[in-house]
Write a protein that binds this ligand. Structure first.
Ligand code: IPM
Ligand code: MG
Length: 366
């Protein structure tokens, strides 16, 4: 079968890491008899350079036609005046928000998993790490403060800025359902994170999440205030299975969760609408300072491609083949510079991609 993938290499290290992910996908195709076709679109700074906007209507329309989208990263140094001395809605990151909204990708899934091999890179004490942790953050992605009405005005000669945090019950319900569905396939435990001691939107969030929970009697639901959650993540990360939260809290907590895995260069993510369609991207940014040097870690993007196989194409065996390949390459001691440790062998972006593709090939034969 042929799967149509739209790729968005984007800016900074984006093109290098997407290239390696496609190389691994191609090996999966060869080893397991699938065809992946790629159509590239521009988004972010590279689109601004070419078209003056971070995402064109044509690019969005192309993405809509795909079976899935694979994204590298967008954005650059804020010192880049061509991209940043413009209105906020014309900056590279606005392309990301526009594609999320344009494709209705309301559910963002960010796994945070501690590889045994990388435990030394985890900044937490050994007694806190314990047996490690394996959680997934389900972040609402098309509502809340990111998309509420905002403006800056002068009131009685004083500048004043307003952002609004709006959620309706349907927006909460659909992300809650996704979180409970995922929990059913994992350890059946949802921690819903809010600020219900202060915010109305959080009180509605709690109410709707409790309603949804009634349809999942096997899943244990707990509520946690966001400030406490930030603390618990570094005190007892092992307690988390599925974390369900709104857009802004999810943005902040997912960075925190990624850091305790040792390197943000390892974390994949997926964003979904109501269908099988998904947008897959590493959780990290475009790292412009190391772009083009062949030192970026492509693993997060390669693991995002594995998520694409599993969630959009139902190719579970092939997804697992990529994940096993990554695990084996790490076990053998191969490391990019961000996760380098004593006694390991340092490789660049291209070589890491090649090692993982080779493992996929070898394991398929055996
Ligand atoms: C993320 C990023 C984006 C966000 C930025 C680049 C707009 O931090 O995907 O987490 O805040 O959602
Ligand atoms: Mg973020």
């Amino acid at each position: 079968m042929e799967y149509k993938i739209v790729t968005i290499p984007g800016d900074g290290i984006g093109p290098e890491i997407v290239r390696e992910a496609c190389r691994v996908l191609d090996q999966v195709g060869e080893s397991y008899g699938h065809t992946f076709s790629y159509t590239k679109i521009l988004m972010g700074g590279c689109s601004i350079d070419e078209y003056g906007v971070p995402l064109t209507d044509e690019a969005l329309a192309t993405a809509k036609q795909a079976d899935a989208v694979l994204l590298g990263a967008v954005g650059g140094n804020v010192g880049n005046s061509r991209w940043y001395d413009v209105a906020p809605n014309l900056r590279p990151e606005a392309g990301l928000l526009a594609i999320r909204k344009g494709l209705n990708l309301f559910a963002n899934m960010r796994p945070a998993y501690l590889y045994r091999e990388l435990a030394d890179a985890c900044p937490l004490k050994k007694e806190i790490i314990g047996d490690g942790f394996n959680m997934v953050i389900m972040r609402e992605l098309t509502g809340g403060l990111y998309f509420g009405e905002r403006h800056t005005e002068e009131v009685n000669g004083v500048l004043q800025a307003t952002d609004t945090l709006v959620y309706n019950e349907n927006e909460i319900r659909r992300i809650a359902i996704k979180a409970f569905d995922i929990a059913m396939k994992r350890r059946k435990h949802v921690i819903s994170v809010d600020k219900a001691n202060v915010l109305d939107s959080s009180r509605l969030w709690r109410k709707v999440v409790e309603e949804v929970a009634k349809d999942y009697p096997e899943v244990k639901l707990e509520h946690m205030l966001v400030d406490n959650c930030a603390m618990q993540l570094v005190m007892n990360p092992g307690q988390f299975d599925v974390v369900l939260t709104e857009n802004m809290f999810g943005d902040i907590l997912s960075d925190e969760a990624s850091m305790i895995t040792g390197s943000i260069g390892m974390l994949s993510s997926a964003s979904f609408n109501e269908t099988k369609f998904g947008l897959y991207e590493p959780s990290h940014g475009s790292a412009p300072d190391i772009a083009g040097k062949d030192i970026a870690n492509p693993i997060a993007t390669i693991l995002s491609a594995a998520m694409m196989l599993r969630y959009s194409f139902d190719l579970d065996k092939e997804a697992a083949a990529i994940e096993t390949a990554v695990q084996e390459v790490l076990t053998e001691g191969w490391r990019t510079s961000d996760i380098m440790a004593d006694g390991c062998k340092q490789v660049g972006t291209t070589e890491m991609g090649g090692l993982i593709a080779a493992k996929v090939a070898a394991n398929a034969i055996n």
